[in-house]
Unconditional design. Structure first.
Length: 96
């Protein structure tokens, strides 16, 4: 059975914060992009998530590369928000 690339990714407003994800999973393109940016290959990502096919991972990576500026910006904003919350918790003397 063949699949079109646009059928492998979906966006649902109430799932995963509305981020685009691999259809049938809760694995977002953002998650795949993060692993890729950390140095994992597509094959390595499939080892991390064995329920994903190599085609699904490459589709997510293709979407990431086609929308890299937007996704990198969103990932940077999420990192900054995490750092802000961690700093607030540290200032209050709460553990990490």
């Amino acid at each position: 059975m063949s699949a079109t690339l646009d059928s492998l990714l979906v966006r649902t407003p109430d799932v995963c914060g509305g981020r685009i994800r691999i259809d049938g999973t809760r694995i977002t393109v953002h998650r795949i992009a993060t692993l890729y940016r950390q140095g994992q290959t597509a094959e390595g990502i499939c080892q991390t998530y064995p329920h994903l096919s190599l085609g699904q991972v490459y589709t997510a990576l293709a979407y990431y590369h086609a929308n890299r500026e937007e996704i990198d910006s969103e990932l940077a904003a999420a990192d900054a928000e995490y750092d802000d919350h961690a700093g607030e918790r540290s200032a209050r003397g709460e553990g990490g």
